[in-house]
Write a protein that binds this ligand. Sequence first.
Ligand SMILES: *Cc1c(COP(=O)(O)O)cnc(C)c1O
Length: 358
Amino acid sequence: MWENNVRHVTPYVPGEQPGDDAVNRVIKLNTNEMPYPPSPKVMDALRAFDYTKLRLYPSTDAAPLREAIAAREGVDSDEVFIGVGSDDVLSMAFLTFFNSARPVIFPDITYSFYDVWADVYRIPYETKALDDDLHIVKSDYLCENGGIVIANPNAPTGISADADIDIIEEIVAANRSVVVIVDEAYVDFGGETVLPLISRYDNLLVVRTFSKSRAFAGVRIGYAMGDRKLIRYLNDVKYSINSYTMSRLAIELGVASLSDEEYFRRTVSMVVSTREWCAAELRKRGFAVTDSKTNFLFASPVSFMSAGSLYEALRARNIYVRWWDRPRIRDWLRISVGTDEEMRAFLEAVDDISGRAI
Ligand SMILES: *Cc1c(COP(=O)(O)O)cnc(C)c1O
């Protein structure tokens, strides 16, 4: 009868990862990975890495990486928390800050890991519907609550609250008795950051990742920035679970990535121009496409076919995109931005499937 005492949870389902042998056959546009490799400086750091140091535990607070992030972002190193990808950072933040009987609130359409963490940690939560244009409705976040999570730019819609970044500040200002987390996983692709607000609001935690814009999904580095008191509480919880989360290798490679700002900017801007070109191509073909400020497109083919059947037909051609059979978004596909060549192959497949030549 031990199963009565199991912590039953329904886990998050990430986009499918084909095995290493299949990876060359598949055009993989389903998990928002960068289509370009990390900076060559990362390769240099890998080559120079002293493997004999692997016998030693790493720095518990990933100090060299924390300092490099602080220098780049213009904050103090004790305003930075580091984790094993931003999923780890977000999970720690849920566990640390959402400890009230009142519900944590986040939008109905957003990163589908938030409700999973709430469930696993037994945190009550409530979702608030985005409006018909998929924007957050400020008044929904001015109620009594146990905390707030907002992804900006949002996933999977790609929409950034640029025009109304003030709305986020108003939400943070109106909720000084709880922590507001702003998940900026995609901000480097054209969104506006709320980072400057952390010096004015000690209840604001900004979460970022190296996985997308720095092509580091396989390394696992995420970080949060906020008031030093917030960071201290996060560290207290982290040190109560696992002191040595960041490997020596991840710390060194992360520092190397940050040392090449020029490469970072160049590869991000390549993705942005491919995104804009591909969005225009999709609109020409009758797709509805949101104004994405991320490295993916959120596009609906329903003017000529269902999203579910396009998803299946692409899959049959070894082109993987993301589709959720869920209310409000089942007419949409989330398509990661690959190289120009990958996106051309994707568009050709769409034309082939829809029986149209353009
Ligand atoms: C990808 C993603 C993350 C997590 O990425 P990590 O690889 O764990 O750093 C977090 N939030 C959003 C909105 C994402 O899309």
